[in-house]
Design a protein. Structure first.
Length: 87
């Protein structure tokens, strides 16, 4: 603190600019981490739902019912390899 209070005007501006840059950089990294985690969680959740849908189809549950239960689009359910059922 004592050193900073002895800065001249230019040194003080440089110091403040450096502190702002450091803060902006840290905030950018934290935001990227948060976004990455959210994206990973969504991907993991979807993977689990797709696995459940595949098992449901394997157990003979109709694609229409799987669609209704999982809330996945019908096209996505129909893209999962499964025995043919009447929807």
């Amino acid at each position: 603190m004592a050193e900073i209070s002895n800065f001249n005007e230019r040194e003080l501006r440089d110091y403040e600019a450096n502190m702002k840059y450091s803060s902006d950089y840290e905030n950018t990294i934290e935001y990227a981490k948060k976004e990455g985690l959210e994206k990973g969680e969504k991907k993991s959740t979807l993977k689990g739902i797709l696995k459940t849908a595949k098992n449901m189809l394997k157990d003979g549950i109709s694609p229409a019912r799987v669609t209704r239960i999982t809330q996945l689009p019908k096209e996505q359910i129909m893209a999962i390899p499964h025995p043919k059922h009447i929807c």
